[in-house]
Design a protein around this ligand. Structure first.
Ligand SMILES: *[C@@H]1O[C@H](CO)[C@@H](O)[C@H](O)[C@H]1NC(C)=O
Ligand SMILES: *[C@@H]1O[C@H](CO)[C@@H](O)[C@H](O)[C@H]1NC(C)=O
Ligand SMILES: *[C@@H]1O[C@H](CO)[C@@H](O)[C@H](O)[C@H]1NC(C)=O
Ligand SMILES: *[C@@H]1O[C@H](CO)[C@@H](O)[C@H](O)[C@H]1NC(C)=O
Ligand SMILES: *[C@@H]1O[C@H](CO)[C@@H](O)[C@H](O)[C@H]1NC(C)=O
Ligand SMILES: *[C@@H]1O[C@H](CO)[C@@H](O)[C@H](O)[C@H]1NC(C)=O
Ligand SMILES: *[C@@H]1O[C@H](CO)[C@@H](O)[C@H](O)[C@H]1NC(C)=O
Length: 338
């Protein structure tokens, strides 16, 4: 250790020993309450509406709300910008009073079994929201079209709930949305035609619902990074989701639907890493270009495919269970073609 630094350290420790540290700290905290009055009132209403749960025990009356758990204040304005309630034993509904925190950019209720009811319309007061995650809860009713008023939304996650009804077409007007999780609900109806209007790169998760019909051909215009349509009741053509040129697609999951189209003609995005088309009625053969992909996952089982499995690249990293139950696929890892 440098001697100068060492003497400095000794001096500092010496001086510090004269400071009455603990009382000094607590006094300075008590005199600077950062919490905005309106935010404080809204949070107290939220706590009451959730029946004063133990999870919010740090939300004590007449203390600085910027010190409470599950919220965050902006360091300049001291306004509440995040409300994040995770894994809590809370019974009740999302309080209307969340709409009284006008500077929120992040609203999260996750892993709360007994959170029920619908999404309150007061949420549309929150113009700065970029992230909304209401997931692993027991919310129900339809997915409200008014969510499209939250024009700064980048991330919307409503997965693992009991939502019913169809997907509101208005969601495609959200200009900054890059992640949309509506998976693991009980949604019905078709994928809105308007979903072809997404201009930005999108991660779209619609799996584990009861969405039906054909997918709109306009989806071919969207730059999907991820498209997960697994475990629905979709049918017809999905080949428009396969694009080579300029496409950033990494993940395509069409598994467990009733899609029927000719796979021979599709092109693959160079970034494609995850391809699951299992349990459909897809016919034709597997294009040779699949050997050029850096595949992490491949499953084409339970379809009507025929012909020789392309040999090379990552394709033979996957065992026969990725290819079995087709019409007449042959070659490694299945039996040799005759
Ligand atoms: C949910 O509510 C039920 C009935 O009110 C209660 O017994 C249970 O402990 C609650 N569970 C959780 C994780 O909140
Ligand atoms: C949840 O809270 C309720 C009411 O406070 C309590 O009766 C119940 O035991 C708690 N459940 C769990 C899983 O902690
Ligand atoms: C929804 O509620 C049911 C019944 O109370 C429960 O079994 C299930 O785990 C809950 N779902 C979630 C995601 O918490
Ligand atoms: C929304 O996207 C536009 C264009 O990409 C960008 O200029 C703007 O800053 C974004 N808004 C937010 C809140 O990220
Ligand atoms: C993809 O781009 C290359 C080079 O720009 C071009 O030669 C090829 O025709 C394009 N393919 C398709 C299907 O557009
Ligand atoms: C699929 O398309 C290929 C290439 O165009 C064609 O040769 C083949 O006959 C088609 N297969 C079926 C089953 O329609
Ligand atoms: C592919 O899907 C089939 C059918 O669901 C399943 O049995 C098999 O294990 C899957 N293969 C892989 C590698 O996950």
């Amino acid at each position: 250790m440098d001697t100068r630094f060492f003497s400095f350290l000794i001096l500092t420790l010496f001086l510090l020993s004269f400071l009455p540290t603990p009382s000094f700290c607590s006094r300075s905290l008590a005199t600077t309450v950062r919490c905005n009055k309106n935010d404080y009132t809204a949070l107290m209403k939220i706590k009451a509406a959730l029946n004063n749960p133990y999870h919010l025990a740090s939300w004590v009356a007449n203390t600085d709300c910027c010190d409470w758990y599950d919220v965050e204040c902006d360091s300049n304005t001291n306004r509440i910008i995040q409300l994040t309630i995770f894994q809590a034993n809370i019974s009740g509904q999302i309080p209307d009073a969340v709409g009284d925190l006008p500077y929120l950019n992040t609203l999260v209720f996750r892993h709360i079994t007994n959170l029920t009811g619908t999404i309150p319309s007061t949420i549309t007061n929150l113009k700065y929201l970029t992230m909304v995650r209401l997931s692993y809860t027991n919310l129900s009713g339809s997915i409200p079209p008014f969510l499209s008023k939250l024009t700064n939304l980048d991330y919307l996650d409503l997965s693992f709930n009991q939502f019913t009804g169809s997907i509101p077409s208005s969601l495609s007007s959200l200009p900054n949305l890059t992640v949309l999780h509506l998976d693991r609900n009980s949604l019905t109806g078709t994928i809105p035609k308007s979903f072809g209007n997404f201009k930005q790169s999108l991660n779209l998760y619609l799996s584990h619902n009861q969405i039906s019909g054909e997918i709109p051909t306009t989806l071919g215009k969207v730059d999907f990074v991820t498209i997960d349509l697994g475990r629905n009741k979709l049918q017809g053509d999905a080949s428009m989701l396969f694009k080579a040129n300029g496409s950033t697609t990494q993940t395509i999951d069409l598994s467990r639907n009733m899609f029927a189209f000719n796979l021979s003609k599709v092109e693959f995005a160079t970034n494609l890493q995850y391809l699951d088309i299992s349990h459909n009625k897809i016919y034709g053969s597997i294009p040779e270009a699949i050997t050029g992909l850096d595949l992490q996952y491949l499953n084409v089982s339970y379809n009507q495919l025929c012909g020789k499995i392309p040999q090379g690249g990552k394709v033979q990293n996957f065992d026969s269970y990725s290819f079995y139950h087709n019409k007449c696929l042959c070659g490694s890892p299945l039996a040799a073609c005759t």
